[in-house]
Design a protein around this ligand. Sequence first.
Ligand code: ADP
Length: 245
Amino acid sequence: MLKATGLQKSFGDHEVLTSIDLQIGKGQVLALIGPSGSGKTTVLRCLNGLEIPDGGEVAFDKGPTVSFTSKTTQRQAQVLRSQSAMVFQNYNLFPHMTVLENVIEGPVRVQKRKRAEAIAEAESLLARVGLAEKRDQYPHQLSGGQQQRVGIVRALALKPSLLLFDEPTSALDPELVGDVLRVIKELADEGWTMVLVTHELAFAREVADEIVFMDQGVVVERGHPDVVLRAPQNERTQQFVHRLL
Ligand code: ADP
């Protein structure tokens, strides 16, 4: 469903991604792990067209292929935006909008869908994550876990082919993490295709079809969770996994 080849990205003279290759099949979950600063968020942002790589290619099965050069414009990168939806570490909800308004903003304003239809879908998505009665509240009236579940619903409402999760639970108090992980697990079980950046290695092992370990802008090791997390081959992966598991 998605193939990214040779992604390169520098900020100034700091090379953040060297040559990243990723492939993900329909219904698969890829977990991207690695130390802070290794480039994981930048990979997600490149897949989503939020960041413009300096080189490489992103191709979707049923959608655009974008080949990046130093001359690629924002507009060219933005054709990727409609393929995926991002769930952010800090939720990124619009603070001045209610829960419902947050969820329908993309479908109505960007996708030009009918408002009544978008509202009905939003209500049903909110109900499935247990937040039906919060539809008219504002983000600041919700717990972090509730805000993140709204963040997930907002992504689902866009009906993307790919869901991108950027450390979706790392800003949450520990007791709120479980509710959010449960929703992500349900979505994986339902067959959503997703890339998940996470430090929750036990969860990654449970939910992912493939683990990709990055360090300093390169993929160091990849493979089945049982191999990469239980018997990693590379020394850097071993150190990272042993620290966290
Ligand atoms: P990770 O998600 O693995 O923690 P990031 O992709 O967030 O890593 O960051 C990788 C590196 O790129 C870091 O050194 C970070 O400081 C740098 N970086 C990320 N975004 C920017 C930016 N917009 N401008 C300059 N440097 C950036």
